[in-house]
Design a protein around this ligand. Sequence first.
Ligand code: OOG
Ligand code: NI
Length: 453
Amino acid sequence: MTQQRCLPANEIRDRFSKAMSDMYQTEVPQYGTLLELVAEVNRETLEERPALRQRLEAQDEMTRLGVERHGAIRVGSPNELSMLRRLFAVMGMYPVGYYDLSEAGVPVHSTAFRPIDDDALARNPFRVFTSLLRLELIESDALRQRAKRILDARDIFTPQARELIERFEAQGGLTEEEAAQFVEQALETFRWHKDATVDLDTYQALHDEHRLIADVVCFRGPHINHLTPRTLDIDEVQRRMPSVGITPKAVIEGPPRRECPILLRQTSFKALEETTRFAGDGEGTHTARFGEIEQRGTALTPKGRALYDQLLSEGRKRAAGLDNDAHQAVMGQVFEAFPDDLEAMRQEQLGYFHYHLTEAGQASAPQPGVEIEALITEGLVEAQPITYEDFLPVSAAGIFQSNLGGGENDAYAGNANRDAFEQALGAPVTDELALYAERERTSRQQVLAALAG
Ligand code: OOG
Ligand code: NI
C-alpha cells in the first residue's frame, strides 16, 4: 500500500466543529441568529477596547474567537461513553475534568472532551460537554431495567464511523478522504431525530422520573442539545437577545462582570418545544435543544478557585430570587473580595499565567540566575493570563435546570463517583488544574532558559 499523508487531528476537529455548527443552524435557526448577535457584539467590543484586542492577539486568541464554541450531549451507557472517547480522540479531543451534577438534582456525571496543547487550543478549542446518565439513581427497579433494555438495544454510531475509528487507531491517523468520511459519519451520531424509539407511555414514565432520563433514553442518539459561541461581552448579548426574538434565561451564571474576567460566565435561551412522533403512532412534544453563550476569563489556581467558590455560594444566597440586574449587582459587591487586577491575581497566586519574553527580553544579553520577578520588573518578561478552557458544575447545573422546566430538583443521594465514570469511559479523566499548572511551569522554564545564556 502506498503511504498516504494523514490529515492532522486539529484539521479534522476544525472541520467537524464547522459541520456540526452548520447542521445545528439548520436544525435550530435561533442558533444562527445568536451567532450573528455574538459576532456583532464581539466586533463592537474589539473596536471599543483596543487593549482587549491587543491582549487577545498576544495570547493567540484572535483567530480562534470566530470559530470557538462548545457543544453538549448526554449518553446512556458505558459502551456509548467509551466509544465516544475513541471518536473524539480522532479529532484530538480528550476527556478533561469530572463534573458531578447529582448534587444539583441532575442524574448525570460528566466530562469535557477538548484539545489540550497550546497549539491545538489556538487552532480551534472545540469542546463537547458530555454527560453519562446514572441509571442507578432511578429508584424503581422496573423502570431502571426498562430504561437499560432500551439503551442496550440501540447503537448510536454508524457502522462506517466505527470502522473509521478502528482504522484511525490502527494507522495512527486518517487520510484526507477518510477524514471527510469520518466527519460525515460522526455527524450522524449527533443529529436530531423527530421520531422517538419508544411509545408515549414509556416516554411519559421516564419523563415523570426525570425529564432528562426521557431525553437520553427515548431517542436514537445523543442529539447535540446546544452549541455555544464565545462572546467578549455577555451582559451586552443578554441585553440584546430580546431585540432579535430570543428570550434569555433569568440570570447569567458564574462570576459577575469584572475588569479582568475570571473563569466562565454563561447564559442560555429556553429549549424549543418540538413535535415528536412516538412508536405506535402517538404524537407529543419534547423539549431538548436550546442555545447558550459564554464569556471566558482567567483560569484560577486551587486557591483562586476556593475563593471563587466561597464568594459564589455567598452571592447566590444573597441574590436568590432577584432579577439579573439585581443579581449581578449583589454578585459584584460580594466579588469585591476577589482582586480585579491581573498583577494582584498573579502576585497572590489566584490565577494561572503564561510567561513570555518581551521584545526587550528577546534582545537582552543573558541574565543567568536572575529571578522571574526581577525580569518582569526590568520589562524583559511579561505574564499573560491563561484562559479557562473548562466548565463550572454550579453553572452547568443552572444551564441544565433552566432547560428542564420547573424549579430546582432535589439532590440525589448518591453523590460523585469518579471511579465509576472513569471505568465507563475506559480511561482516566485528565485533571484540568494540572494542565494549567503545567502550562504555567513550562512557560516559566522556557523564559528562564532563554535568558540563562
Ligand atoms: C449540559 C449543560 C452544561 C455548560 O456549558 O455548562 C453545559 C447539558 O445540558 O447537557 O453545557
Ligand atoms: Ni454549555
